[in-house]
Design a protein around this ligand. Sequence first.
Ligand code: AMP
Ligand code: MN
Ligand code: MN
Ligand code: MN
Length: 276
Amino acid sequence: MAERYDLHCHSTASDGSLPPAAVVERASRQGVTVLALTDHDSVAGLEEASRAASACGMRLINGIELSAMYMNECVHVVGLNIDPEHAPLRRGLDEQQRLRAERAKTISDKLEKRKIFGAYQAVMQASAGGEITRSHFADFLVAGHYVSTQQEAFDRYLSKGKPGYAPTCWAGLSEATAWIVGSGGVAVLAHPLRYRLSLKWLHGMLDAFKLAGGQGVEVVTGRASDEEIRVSAQLAQKHGLYASLGSDFHTPEQPWQELGRLAELPPGLPPVWRLF
Ligand code: AMP
Ligand code: MN
Ligand code: MN
Ligand code: MN
């Protein structure tokens, strides 16, 4: 039987709405046979996901999605087949998680200056011990009718340059990549066309990423158009990177990023799972 891969998704360990076991069960129902759970700066969901995967005969790849800085931009590096116990990775995650907690307080303070109160308590409650992300703030702003959609929350409050934006100095791209590679994992640059980087800068970033040990790039992501897939495939080819694919699933309420609902990798690209 041909495998069906989905190598990027989220659970309640970060900004997903389903607990890890429910993500695995949903993926299995969607026909996925190899799933990587890749929560933002967290490996907390992997044990539960792994148990659920054994129970339904699915292969779980231990994963993560790290926030990292390239120049002054935040980019995302997915780690696949990592060892979640690897000490340097764990130390790195402790620091990333400290930054997330600190940033949550800063964003809340900034929103208060705009007379928006109660954000901190709300995101603490909603994240329930998982990592706090800007998605939690977006949900809070929607629930309080400050905006009508998550997208509007980002556009008006949470994106760079907006009143609720808190600049954060995540690990450098090379450092984050080294944590993944050092733990035995494969580092994959996530959704390359979702950053505010020109093509020229993207090429520069991929050079730096490869130099640091990065081996893959996401060519197919949940919402990608045919044109985006084509451009991403060219990036992979030009830089000699393996191609990955993942839905970036967060919640059943966003059906455009459903588990396993993915275009196939364009022919001729080496798939990242060759490295597992
Ligand atoms: P953070 O890592 O805390 O900055 O949060 C980033 C997360 O917010 C991403 O993984 C997405 O899930 C979500 N996100 C980022 N930008 C947007 C956007 N423009 N619209 C909707 N969700 C977004
Ligand atoms: Mn997210
Ligand atoms: Mn991402
Ligand atoms: Mn993601």
